[in-house]
Design a protein. Structure first.
Length: 239
């Protein structure tokens, strides 16, 4: 009788261990404050299963070795992880970075890309038009060749100006992608909502170069093709 009871106990313990191998769990943290993040969408890209982290940041989702899980919430950069075997035996904590989505000096009301772009360029017109001094400087004194001017090129002001130009260029690109791949259009075509819509927008967000060379009609075809891919049943563990 004792041997039978022990065998049943070991069988139940083995089932529990096997089941735990299909569960990824842990806690989601704010990268800056180290506080817990509740309401974060945790989505298994392969199986399309989704859950939310609770008020204390804890989450638990079905996942297998080799599958991809993405953590998404408003105001933060998404984080995607490929499941490795050891993650299923221990707590896997995630830290999300705050997403910088705008420049503080500028208030942008979303209307369309062309209008917003013109307003940004007008606001920063002097910055766009001002030439940056090179390492050799702008002036070439007679009889002495080029003028070496590293101080002006590597000054704090020049570095900040170049960094701001890069940020503005990146903002222009992201804004153009949003203009070409708008959420309302995606929602209307795909009929997706909630986590499924956010996952589709994240996984299939096109590049800036793709949007620049793709017509509106071709973009509709792209969305339709990716929707078929999104809805295609997944087999095995996948990658």
């Amino acid at each position: 009788m004792f041997i039978r009871a022990a065998a049943v106990f070991l069988l139940l313990l083995l089932c529990t261990i096997i089941h735990s191998q299909d569960i990824l769990k842990g806690k989601v943290y704010h990268a800056t404050t180290d506080s817990a993040l509740g309401g974060v969408s945790v989505i298994n890209i392969n199986s399309h299963i989704s859950v939310f982290s609770d008020q204390k940041g804890y989450y638990s989702i079905k996942a297998k070795d080799g599958e991809k899980v993405v953590f998404i919430t408003a105001g933060f950069e998404p984080d995607t992880v490929t499941i490795q075997h050891y993650m299923l035996y221990t707590s896997y904590d995630v830290t999300l970075q705050v997403k910088i989505i705008s420049l503080k000096p500028v208030t942008i009301i979303a209307r369309n890309y062309q209008t917003d772009s013109l307003e940004r360029r007008e606001y920063y017109r002097q910055l766009y038009e001002k030439r940056e001094p090179g390492i050799t400087g702008r002036n070439t004194p007679s009889g002495f060749g080029v003028s070496f001017s590293p101080l002006s090129h590597f000054s704090k002001e020049s570095k900040q100006r170049r960094a701001l130009r890069k940020r503005l260029a990146r903002f222009e690109e992201e804004d153009y992608i949003d203009h070409s791949f708008p959420v309302e259009l995606i929602k209307r075509i795909t009929k997706l909502e909630g986590d499924s819509l956010r996952l589709f927008m994240y996984v299939y967000r096109p590049s800036y170069s793709f949007c620049r060379k793709t017509s509106s009609q071709d973009m509709l075809i792209y969305i339709s093709d990716k929707l078929k891919e999104f809805r295609k049943p997944k087999s095995g563990t996948g990658n």
